[in-house]
Design a protein around this ligand. Structure first.
Ligand code: ADP
Ligand code: ZN
Ligand code: ZN
Length: 827
């Protein structure tokens, strides 16, 4: 008798592989357990068992597995089926999905680089012999590979040792050292240990005899820790953590005085990441009261769920969609179901966690790809065990891959956002669409929420595939902002411009600031100006590796490529003709900020774009300081458009509406509408009616008129009509093939070959091979082919045909160096 397991490897391989196991192993192993297996010459990978069987492979001799890594399955049958659906729908390898879905700590392989965690005290007496050996080795060299550890321990079975050391916070995997994201940290204080005893306490009060304000804080500290203790929520140290914020509130004091106490070594400060903090506040006692329009929407959604699986909640900005989600969640968690809440942006999770914890306390967990390995594994296991702590999981798109056993409800908030679609690497899935498929296997319900739904989603709702519930007013009778258009052509002609600011915009900003209100200015380009041009010969400096002009960044006096990161010093004269007459064209956020400083010298001005949010806590810091009114004006890119709630903003200015409109993309008008409507939605979210100024050369452009009149339906109808005529979604499904190679001529030839085969064999529009607007990135040339599949044609069989043609393309020797990526629903 032979016994085999069928496994998925975490490699870009479409096939599954067969390994041989003993009879005892065969009876022990279950689907969804991981096994370490040898693959290739000498590598070991963490494979996932998807089947047990007795069919000897025909083409190769099955190798033995290396070892079993789990005692019970850590991946569910529903997940495996869902991953297979993703692989087949998005035309990628099942190995890609597996690798993308699992936290990397669960995917150790022989090449994984392991190092010691920095600045972490290690109690050597708590280590086992094996753990100690690994730890010792890391004192000699900074990093080890899995294979090194095998030879150090002189055994194959090393994964459990590594896992233990990761659990103990001693080891980290390579990629974590590159981790740039840090969520918001909450600042706490505790008493310095030397005052912990009672004797110390007397001494302490003695020292503070003449410092009344400091003494007050210390007394409030004792008072707080006493009340918290009696609630029975003792922490490790016995005392309940106390935030600086709470302490200042209670003692009615200031952070300067706390700092003095820290300097005196009476207090120590420490930090905990906010979304990891165990919720200790009280959940709200009074129930959430929905307004009448919210209540109606809530009932309608529930009603639609009796007929349909998916419901679109189309509610204007600030209509209080979050509160409706909260009410819906309540219903699911009382029946013990799990809830998944997807957001388009990791940076938004902190805000939302806070809001949900007031209602659901410790039932709320967060999961996303920027969490470190320990935390991701922890959430993974809790979800799998259906722990109450993870009954509601908030996350960006990767949270979709968690091992839910009992999912009841999924929310996809801001469903129109592009970031739900993964671009690179494979799997290039759309989290909204994949969520709907996942929900289906649980018979779970889905709410898609947005003030500006994507055309496809609205189409699905209108054609009654999804339920549709709409709210057209803001919460609390707040009015929609008033939108005023400023004609730039006219303003320039009449010399009413100061830099890029019209007199109208300057006047409105002045008004707002005088009233102590805040202003947001939107410019969808970062840097100082996109182009430097020589006035003598017309030369524009380009990136040496990409086919794009370099962007001028004034602050660093650099030219930079936004595609590959290449940078060079700003030239003092033209690299081509040596002329010193260089000029700039176009403008970005940095230039706007610069101009603001001279127009409003007394105002505080902040900037939010990729350049300013890169550093530690970048995004959080800027949002927090804006909320705390540390800036009067915030200039930013589309990051500003994403669901942020600032109550004191009364004016939003869109510096130039036109550059968005003329993107070479069939979605340009839809996206411009969404972006402008969302940015405008940041204005006037409390009692006073907000104002929006849109500066444009095309005040009569349909899209701009639609934004001005808050006319989503007008935009939808116009776009839908165009989509039909020009053969775009929702009437056609689009698959985009991207071909890349360093050799220009080979690529051109290969792309033509593939295009011809495709257009001859597919009975539908095939476009290309096209040179995209940016046709070279990092020295690779690019060509694209677009296939448009009509609605009445089977997608599955079309994809099969395409895959066959791709396979034969790969088999042509002279095209082997061309890389092809497939993007299904690429928009
Ligand atoms: P949306 O997501 O639709 O833009 P939000 O959910 O952010 O809107 O709500 C806008 C504001 O109104 C928020 O500050 C929110 O706290 C408040 N709000 C909405 N509904 C309620 C409610 N039923 N009770 C109290 N406050 C509410
Ligand atoms: Zn020149
Ligand atoms: Zn470049």
């Amino acid at each position: 008798m032979f016994f085999f397991v069928e496994v998925i490897l975490p490699l870009s391989l479409a096939k599954t592989f067969t390994y041989s196991v003993s009879e005892a192993e065969y009876h022990y192993i279950k689907q969804g357990m991981r096994v370490a297996v040898p693959f290739g010459k000498s590598k070991i990978y963490t494979a996932l068992v998807i089947e047990l069987h007795q069919n000897k492979p025909i083409l190769y001799e099955a190798k033995d597995i290396h070892q079993i890594l789990d005692e019970k399955p850590i991946v569910t049958a529903i997940q495996i089926a869902h991953w297979q659906w993703i692989a087949s729908y998005y035309m990628c390898a099942i190995g890609d999905v597996y690798r993308g879905a699992m936290p990397s700590a669960l995917l150790l392989e022989s090449e994984t680089v392991i190092s010691q965690k920095q600045d972490f005290f290690v109690d050597e007496s708590l280590l086992s012999d094996d753990e100690y050996l690994v730890y010792q080795a890391l004192q000699q060299q900074s990093s080890l590979k899995v294979q090194d550890i095998m030879s150090i321990l002189n055994k194959k079975n090393i994964f459990p040792v590594i896992q233990k050391l990761i659990d103990k916070n001693i080891l980290v995997l390579q990629e974590e050292m590159l981790e740039s994201y840090k969520p918001k940290l909450v600042r706490y204080v505790r008493l310095h240990p030397k005052y912990e005893s009672n004797a110390g306490l007397g001494e302490l009060l003695e020292t503070l005899k003449s410092a009344n304000k400091q003494k007050e804080i210390v007394l409030s500290y004792f008072q707080l820790s006493a009340t918290e203790k009696t609630r029975g929520a003792a922490e490790r140290s016995g005392a309940k953590p106390i935030t600086v914020k709470k302490l200042i509130e209670t003692a009615n004091s200031s952070s300067a005085i706390i700092k003095a106490l820290i300097d005196k070594e009476i207090f120590e400060e420490y930090f905990i990441q906010e979304d990891r903090v165990n919720f200790s506040g009280k959940t709200k006692e009074e129930e959430l009261q929905l307004s009448p329009p919210q209540q109606i929407a809530f009932e309608k959604i529930k009603d639609s769920f009796t007929q349909k699986e998916v419901c679109l909640l189309h509610g204007v900005t600030s209509s209080g969609k979050t509160e409706i989600y909260i009410k819906l969640i309540e219903g699911y968690i009382t029946t013990g179901k799990q809830v998944l809440y997807l957001l388009p942006e990791i940076a938004l999770t902190t805000q939302l966690v806070g809001r949900l914890r007031t209602y659901f306390g410790n039932k709320v967990a967060v999961f996303h790809s920027k969490y470190n390995n320990n935390e991701r594994v922890e959430v993974w296991m809790q979800v799998l065990e259906n722990s109450p702590k993870t009954q509601i999981v908030i996350g960006a798109r990767s949270a979709l891959f968690l091992p839910f056993p009992n999912l009841g409800f999924i929310i996809v908030d801001e469903e129109h956002e592009q970031t739900f679609k993964q671009v690179d690497p494979a799997p290039r899935y759309h989290a909204r669409d994949a969520a709907i498929v996942l929900a289906n296997s649980f018979k779970a319900k889905v709410v898609l929420g947005s003030a500006t739904p994507s055309i496809e989603t609205y189409f699905n709702a209108k054609s009654e595939k999804y339920g549709l519930v709409e709210i057209s007013e803001r919460y609390g009778n707040v009015m929609m902002p008033e939108i005023e258009l400023v004609d730039l052509k006219d303003k320039y002609f009449r010399k009413r411009m100061t830099g890029h600011f019209s007199d109208t915009l300057i006047e409105e900003i002045t008004n707002a600031i005088t009233l102590g209100e805040q202003v947001i200015l939107f410019q969808n380009r970062r840097g100082y100006s996109p182009i430097i041009e020589c006035l003598t010969c017309g030369h524009v400096p380009h990136c040496p590796q990409c086919d794009v002009s370099l962007t001028f960044h004034k602050h660093k006096n650099q030219l930079r490529c936004h595609y590959c990161g290449y940078s060079m010093g700003n030239p003092t004269h033209c690299p081509s003709c040596s002329s010193v007459e260089l000029t700039t064209k176009g403008f970005g956020t940095e230039q706007i900020q610069h101009e603001l400083i001279s127009i409003f010298p007394n105002s505080k001005i902040g900037r939010m774009d990729q350049d300013t949010t890169r550093g530690k806590f970048g995004f959080e810091k800027i949002i927090d300081s804006f909320k705390n009114k540390e800036f009067d004006i915030l200039v930013g890119t589309q990051m500003l458009a994403k669901g942020l709630d600032f109550e004191n903003v009364s004016l939003v200015g869109i510096m130039n509406a036109d550059n968005m409109l003329y993107h070479p993309d069939f979605r340009a008008f839809e996206r411009s509408f969404q972006m402008m409507t969302q940015v405008s939605g940041r204005s006037g979210r409390s009692e006073k009616r907000g104002k929006v100024i849109i500066q444009t050369y095309n005040p009569n452009h349909n899209t701009i008129q639609q934004v001005t009149h808050n006319d989503y339906i007008g935009m939808y109808n116009e776009q839908l009509y165009e989509r039909q005529i020009y053969k775009y979604p929702p009437y056609f499904r689009i698959i985009k093939l991207t071909l890349k190679q360093r050799d220009f001529d080979k690529l051109k030839e290969g792309a033509m070959w593939l295009y011809q085969v495709m257009s001859q064999n597919l009975n539908m529009p095939v476009l290309g091979p096209e040179e995209p607007p940016i046709s070279r990135i990092r020295n690779e040339y690019i060509r694209t082919i677009v296939i448009k599949i009509p609605l009445n044609t089977s997608i599955a069989s079309t994809k099969k045909t395409i895959q066959k043609m791709l396979n034969s393309f790969e088999a042509v020797a002279q095209y082997r160096a061309i890389k092809v990526t497939v993007n299904v629903d690429f928009y």
